[in-house]
Design a protein around this ligand. Structure first.
Ligand code: GLV
Ligand code: MN
Ligand code: MN
Length: 420
């Protein structure tokens, strides 16, 4: 076999204990007393995680670079490949406020292990490899989520940053400056740049693989997502003295809206997913009738027309059922359904098959950075099972053997994609 042919059929061995050790050490940053993680976007904790991962990469001869929004790129450029479009692997380092140790971190550390293993084995490559950590995937502190990859793909305008306020009041532009200043030794890079292929590894965050006893999900696409902010406006008043008929109570109006919306969105087939995950009452005092409630809606469906229909329903209910208050609806994020690149999907499926790992093709219910990158470059994903399908929860967990098997597939698939 010629060198490119050998690499196109490569099987890469990885160091499973190194993978798990790094995941555990990373999980100490932002650890919560309940075993979960709080390492939200652009916080000092995320900065510390970024520094740790960049140093691991530098220790093995990779270079660390960033861009205007703070995405992290760790580059391995074998001789003769400089100037070629790279193959990327990675995910994100931020977590939910009460998140787990694998959502995001797994994809970054699996890709780092993949690149290190490929380099150690001297697998011949025609392209550089990069590990990427996209910023603010979770969207818990700043909306919209999947922000770093959306910006890379031209789907988010950074000029909006001064107007985007975090859940703790910090403006996004200020947060990005502070985050990047914490790692001044990471150099800036021009973006966007051409990407030959991207693989994001992730825990499934759902129950299918575990239920079916499979080790790997070959992800074919991601369903559509639309986020809304609803502001219900009433009037503040004294809780003891104001007659009921004279009140414009924003809490009563908002809870009525949430009930009406969830009834209207109930889908017997359980395909449409509707969630109110944040409900903020103002002024938030026990003895004052609330003048304002802000709540969020996360709506998901694989069919964009169903998302349009859902949006129309949300607008109609909020306009018609908020009286005596008013309700204003703003779309804060819109991600169309995405089908992944067949060549990347085939590389993941082929690697799992070559390694003898039981896999199935599937769609993703969760949103991922790879879905943004798929709009501008060939991209795909691999899922590994997680315990009980639990995620966005401190109890999130997975079998070490499954995490290792998934990284094995990532390494083999990245080497094969970079062979030509
Ligand atoms: C990702 O965290 C999502 O919200 O799907
Ligand atoms: Mn994630
Ligand atoms: Mn998540």
């Amino acid at each position: 076999m010629s060198q490119p042919d050998a690499a196109a059929a490569a099987i890469v061995e990885i160091d499973g204990s190194r993978l798990i050790d790094r995941l555990r050490r990373l999980a100490a940053i932002g650890a919560r007393p309940d075993g979960g993680l709080n390492r939200q976007a652009f916080t000092p904790e995320e900065g510390e995680a970024r520094r740790l991962v960049a140093n691991w990469a530098r220790d093995i001869g990779m270079t660390a670079e960033t861009d205007a929004i703070g995405n992290l790129y760790l580059r391995y450029v074998p001789d003769g490949t400089d100037g070629q479009a790279p193959v990327l692997g990675g995910s994100h380092l931020d977590t939910q406020p009460a998140g787990g140790w694998l959502d995001g971190a797994y994809g970054v550390i699996a890709a780092l292990e993949a690149v290190q293993a490929i380099a150690e084995q001297g697998v011949p490559l025609a392209r550089p490899l990069e590990v990427v950590a996209w910023v603010n995937e979770e969207g818990s502190r700043f909306q919209p989520g999947v922000m770093g990859s959306a910006w890379f793909a031209g789907h988010f305008d950074l000029a909006r940053a001064p107007q985007i306020e975090g859940s703790d009041g910090e403006a996004l532009d200020h947060a990005i400056v502070g985050y990047k200043a914490a790692t001044p030794d990471i150099e800036e890079r021009e973006t966007p740049f051409p990407i030959a292929g991207l693989i994001e590894a992730h825990i499934e965050q759902g129950p299918i693989l575990e239920r079916e006893g499979l080790k790997v999900g070959v992800v074919e696409g991601v369903q559509g997502i639309r986020w809304f902010r609803v502001e219900v406006l009433g009037e503040a008043a004294h809780a003891g003295t104001t007659p009921l008929g004279a009140r414009r109570d924003a809490v009563l109006a908002a809870t009525r809206l949430v009930q009406a919306l969830s009834a209207a969105m109930a889908d017997p087939a359980d395909v449409l997913r509707f969630t109110v995950g944040r409900f903020v009452v103002s002024p938030g005092s026990p003895n004052t009738v609330a003048d304002k409630v802000t709540f969020t809606i996360d709506m998901r469906h694989p069919d964009p027309h169903e998302l349009d229909k859902g949006e129309a329903t949300i607008r109609e209910i909020c306009a018609g059922q908020a009286a005596p208050c008013t309700a204003e609806v703003t779309v804060t994020e819109t991600l169309s359904p995405v089908a992944f690149d067949e060549r990347v999907v085939a590389a993941v499926a082929g690697a799992a098959e070559a390694l003898g790992i039981a896999a199935r093709r599937m769609a993703s219910g969760a949103g991922h950075d790879a879905a943004n990158i798929a709009r501008v470059a060939p991209a795909g994903m691999i899922f590994v099972p997680c315990h009980g399908g639990v995620s966005h929860h401190p109890a999130e967990n997975a079998d070490e053997a499954d995490l290792i098997a998934g990284a094995h597939v990532v390494a083999t698939a990245m080497a094969r994609l970079a062979a030509r």
